[in-house]
Design a binder for this molecule. Structure first.
Ligand code: SF4
Ligand code: SF4
Length: 496
């Protein structure tokens, strides 16, 4: 690999996944272990949040909801307007920088442990495993004719998949349409065509992505896997096979004098949800789910060997491991000849390895830059939330009439539309001031407005003594309620 100079980001070469054998269809073998438990620890709370938050209410308002009809976003007690979209953009930027932070530090752990595509795929695989049996049994059934119990089990599996897809689609829709209303409409066969189409499309997407297409989404559709090569560097820890320890692999004990620890059992391949062999090196299809680590650790434990043949290693760590094993081999050769030998290189490499293992590989400038961006954007989001829009004021001058002269006064007409984004704003007092405070203005229209009413559009007429009025000046409408204050400027026109 080309050595980067100081101006370049040291990228890591990632291979395209090798084509899958046969017709590309494979059955994922389930495995237990540390990383599977870790995934449960992340995915179950996320699933609980997804299916639970849609029903949660805070002060009678949905906890999380994007209400396009009412132009409102409800976020854990906050009511945001479309004017607050920069806050949402800030949330997305902070999410993206957190994703990049994780990618630089630990590769595609987001994909393996938290991506909805992976979580739903594992759910579908669990259902498949429960109904149709283990992967080996399912593979054998592929060659047989579908009949009897095999056929019934296949039908039951698809029914359960459809039920889960529909539950997912209805829940997802509940973040845009009030869930109680949606369920009532569905049960009374009164749902709108739009709601029904939306639910069917979402259910089909869930069913196809998690049930049928699965790893092909990660392989061919996910843009994240395409640009991960520039996110990784030689300090990034990704799921890797320690070639220096595993090779040469041999499934027959004693067949090779210098056999490595890999017994070529292929279990790491059978458990892989994307069907790749991690022993071929870092591949774009690897989602860093850790299933192969758990599988190989189980094999190593059965063989009475140290675990970690496959682990989250950085390229830096693996290089040190290779150089250490080479020096250890040289040392062993000299020791066989009864010549006490400990090379300086071996010592330094061994020190390096222990140092690399003890020093977290995320100690890099790039990693901390992403962390800094994440913290800054998150702080900006909190600042934005503290200062979010509580009242939207739209002022429009009457069309077709610039001003009217009435005796000694000049008058302008305005239409004011108010939209409150805080439950506390109910009754507002309305005031008017001229840019020259000494010019007296007369406000004709409601001096107090009730925002709890359906229609919050008001007509006002503002008049000023003709002798003070210029052809164009500025006036300001202000709205107050106890500590609350908001205002908006408009123009006041008069004769030249
Ligand atoms: S599970 Fe471990 S021992 Fe078995 S083939 Fe994979 S790397 Fe080798
Ligand atoms: S190679 Fe290992 S970590 Fe990567 S996707 Fe397959 S099982 Fe998961």
């Amino acid at each position: 690999m080309q050595q980067p100079n100081n101006m370049e980001i040291p990228t890591v070469s990632i291979q395209e996944a090798a084509p899958l054998p046969g017709n590309g269809k494979f059955h994922v073998r389930l495995v237990e272990g540390f990383y599977q438990n870790l995934r449960r620890a992340t995915s179950w709370p996320m699933l609980a949040m997804f299916f639970g938050f849609v029903w949660l209410k805070i002060d009678g308002q949905p906890a999380v909801m994007f209400d396009f009809e009412a132009h409102r976003i409800f976020l854990f007690g906050l009511e945001l307007s479309w004017y607050d979209l920069p806050i949402l953009a800030g949330i997305m930027i902070s999410g993206a920088s957190l994703l990049f932070f994780m990618a630089v530090g630990w590769g595609r752990v987001w994909c393996g442990f938290a991506c909805p595509q992976s979580i739903w795929t594992w759910l579908f695989i669990r259902i498949e495993d429960f109904v149709e049996g283990r992967a080996a049994k399912r593979s054998k059934a592929e060659d047989k004719k579908l009949q009897g119990f095999t056929l019934l089990r296949r039908i039951l599996k698809h029914i359960l998949w459809v039920v889960l897809s529909l539950a997912t689609a209805i829940t997802f829709s509940g973040y845009f349409i009030p869930i109680e209303q949606l369920i009532n409409d569905l049960l009374s066969f009164d749902a709108s065509l739009f709601s029904l189409s939306w639910i069917i499309v979402m259910a089909l997407l869930t069913y196809a992505n998690a049930g049928l297409v699965r790893e092909k989404v990660c392989l061919h559709m996910c843009p994240y896997s395409r640009f991960q090569g520039v996110m990784f560097d030689n300090k990034t820890r990704t799921v890797s096979y320690d070639k220096s320890r595993g090779e040469p692999r041999s499934h027959k004990r004693g067949a090779l004098d210098n056999a490595g620890d890999c017994i070529d059992c292929h279990i790491c391949v059978q458990v892989c949800p994307t069907g790749i062999d991690i022993r071929d090196g870092l591949q774009a299809a690897c989602i860093d789910c850790g299933a192969c680590i758990d599988a190989c650790d189980n094999v190593m434990l059965k063989l009475g060997k140290e675990t970690g043949l496959i682990e989250f290693y950085s390229e830096e760590q693996l290089n040190v491991s290779i150089s250490t094993s080479m020096n250890t081999a040289t040392e062993a050769k000299y020791n066989l000849c009864s010549v006490p030998f400990t090379s300086e290189a071996t010592k330094s490499s061994a020190n390096d390895l222990s140092e690399k293992n003890s020093t977290p590989s995320f100690m890099s400038f790039r990693l901390f830059s992403y962390l800094a961006i994440f913290i800054i954007t998150l702080a900006s989001v909190f600042y934005g939330l503290q200062n979010k829009t509580e009242l939207i004021i739209e002022i429009a001058k009457e069309r077709g009439s610039l001003y009217q002269v009435e005796g000694s006064e000049v008058c302008n007409n305005y239409q004011i539309e108010l939209e409150a984004f805080s439950k506390n704003l109910t009754r507002l007092n309305v005031h008017i001031t001229h840019e020259t405070p000494s010019i007296p203005l007369r406000l004709i229209g409601p001096k107090e407005v009730n925002l709890t009413e359906q229609n919050n559009t008001y007509i006002y007429r503002v008049c000023a003594p003709k002798k003070y009025v210029s052809s164009r000046s500025e006036i300001e409408f202000s709205f107050t309620q106890q500590q609350f204050y908001a205002s908006k400027k408009s123009t006041f026109l008069g004769p030249k």
